[in-house]
Design a protein around this ligand. Structure first.
Ligand SMILES: *[C@@H]1O[C@H](CO)[C@@H](O)[C@H](O)[C@H]1NC(C)=O
Ligand SMILES: *[C@@H]1O[C@H](CO)[C@@H](O)[C@H](O)[C@H]1NC(C)=O
Length: 419
């Protein structure tokens, strides 16, 4: 009798044990599938293109029904981006973050690994957008410097530190600035990153700077292939000043501008001396793609150092510093002063759409404008990808969430497959 009861208990125990094992197994498998299926689900809602059955190829083909769906989504305003705090919290568990967001699965081909790139991010808000931009260009063999504005919010700063802690080869600039609109601090933010990047163990070949609303239009492999063809030349806008001489002909002082930015340079009546070393001035944009040799030159040369010091009290020196230095005779990758102007349409570094050139040079903006610059809409997907430029400015999912999802999807599909 006792042996019978014992037998029965043993069978029950085994039964319960097996059932539990099956249940645990089931949950583990389900959880890992959910995690792999779309890592972003850690804190991003399911993608709108999936939710609404939007076909990015059809968007690219400009099919009206598909474009109509994107307009409906924009009207509903359902997109909600993750807050800085959410990103900061998500990076508190690094393993889960790197796996969940798919960073650990990214790998470059041999072709890409032998040509590492560096990036300088000058950012001040919207951690979710910065993270998405980083994820879109990330390769573990590249190197990424993040310069956050010292006046950014505590949550944003902690999110940036989290990204740097959790993602290999991402770091925070060792020297940080309070970035003033059109002031020298904007230029210094990039220079701080460049100097740290030169110290890095990654022997990068080219460096590109990005701000918070840029997005890639090319895969890392395509970019490497284009950059190899430059053969050491730089890709920077450089035009004759024509009407912009006021920016450096007089001394500027930083004044409190209550409207939107903290301080901006305001002109005074005090005249400035001409630039040192008879440097001939050119203007362009703050965006650059520079060769390592050129950055080494800027870092060590007295000419560049003195030109920077002279630029301290000019208006928006970031828009003449690079444009001028690439034309200085003898610099690595020099553009002769007599060469034609390099406009933003020729320089592939950044595709920006200005409201006053729409219809004239390119089709109108289908998103929204901010300070005369277009924030792209989904109907511009084809134009953006076919133009031939490397990065787009400005992209913001709050204006059109589908455009960014489609860019991500198309770039991901174009990534070379590893053997
Ligand atoms: C997406 O659209 C393209 C172009 O219209 C079409 O060829 C393709 O079959 C569509 N894909 C799906 C999954 O519907
Ligand atoms: C403040 O900055 C804005 C944006 O650049 C500009 O339009 C405005 O004129 C500036 N105001 C003053 C008082 O400088």
């Amino acid at each position: 009798m006792r042996s019978f009861w014992f037998h029965l208990k043993l069978r029950t125990a085994i039964f319960i044990f097996l059932t539990l094992a099956v249940i645990i197994c089931f949950f583990t498998i389900t959880f890992s599938i959910v995690n792999k299926g779309g890592g972003q689900r850690v804190f991003e809602r399911q993608r709108l293109t999936v939710q609404h059955g939007i076909n990015c190829t059809a968007i690219y083909e400009m099919e009206p029904v598909e474009l109509g769906k994107t307009l409906a989504i924009r009207k509903q305003k359902t997109y909600e981006s993750a807050t800085d705090q959410t990103i900061a919290e998500a990076t508190s568990g690094c393993d889960q973050f790197a796996t969940g967001m798919g960073y650990d699965a990214i790998q470059g081909t041999e072709f890409e690994r032998e040509f590492p790139l560096a990036y300088s991010f000058v950012v001040h808000k919207d951690a979710a957008l910065v993270e998405r931009m980083l994820r879109a260009i990330y390769m573990p063999h590249n190197i990424y410097c993040i310069h956050y504005d010292l006046k950014s919010s505590a949550d944003f700063i902690s999110a940036m530190k989290g990204l740097a802690r959790c993602i290999p080869n991402v770091f925070i600039a060792s020297k940080l600035e309070i970035v003033q609109y059109a002031g020298i601090s904007r230029l210094k933010a990039d220079l701080n990153c460049l100097s740290d990047l030169l110290d890095s163990e990654v022997k990068w070949k080219y460096v590109i700077n990005l701000c918070g609303q840029d997005f890639p239009l090319r895969t890392n492999a395509e970019l490497v292939s284009d950059l190899k063809e430059l053969k050491g030349r730089n890709m920077v806008e450089s035009k004759r000043p024509e009407g912009k001489e006021w920016r450096w002909s007089v001394h500027h002082i930083l004044k409190n501008n209550k409207s939107e930015y903290y301080e901006t340079p305001v002109s005074t009546s005090e005249e400035k001396s001409p630039p040192p070393y008879n440097i001939e001035m050119f203007v362009g944009s703050a965006y650059f793609t520079l060769s390592r040799e050129f950055v080494v030159f800027v870092h060590w040369s007295f000419l560049a150092r003195d030109f920077l010091a002279w630029s301290e009290d000019t208006y928006s020196p970031d828009e003449h510093f690079w444009a001028t230095l690439i034309r200085v005779p003898g610099v690595p990758g020099e553009v002769p002063r007599s060469d034609p102007e390099i406009s933003e349409l020729i320089s592939k570094t950044r595709l920006v759409k200005w409201s006053y050139l729409e219809e004239n040079l390119y089709p109108p903006c289908t998103g929204d404008h901010v300070r005369a610059v277009c924030i792209y809409g989904a109907a511009e997907l084809r134009w953006l990808l076919n133009y031939g430029h490397w990065f787009a400015n400005k992209v913001d999912p709050k204006v059109d969430p589908v455009l960014m999802e489609c860019l991500e999807e198309i770039l991901l599909e174009k990534r070379p497959q590893l053997q």
